[in-house]
Design a protein. Sequence first.
Length: 160
Amino acid sequence: MRVVRLGSMVVSKDPTVMLHTPTVSSAVAVVLFDPELKLAGLLHFLMPDSTIDPQRAAARPELFGDTGWDLLLYRMSAQGGRSDRLKGYAIGGADLCLHRGQPDFALGQRNATFVMEQIEKAGILIAGARLGGVRARRIAVEPETGSVRITETPAVREGP
């Protein structure tokens, strides 16, 4: 099992390793799967836009949707993945702070919008999405089959 924490990414062809996220709430986990190569990538990003902190984005590109997305596509392609074969899944983007009566600057919604735009712009088939709402989720991905299991959890806060 490989745990893909907030601000990290794993790309794997190893059929014996399941990819898991801890809780995903306002952040987004994006899964890309190439069925021909049995190659799966999982990115767990916190914010859509790295321009708010370019130094942090340079050090940890996976924290941000824009820099993390580009890196995910690069790593998938470096292992032979092709966008015309990829299937994409997007999970997260919940509005937990709004549920608690606190402002969150619509972070979940911004993350969800960003990831769906990127998947569509890249011409990747959207195989599934569970975005928004007020509940956190956990994700498990099998690189061999591309199976994505999503479990809803009680709403909790996540952080870097």
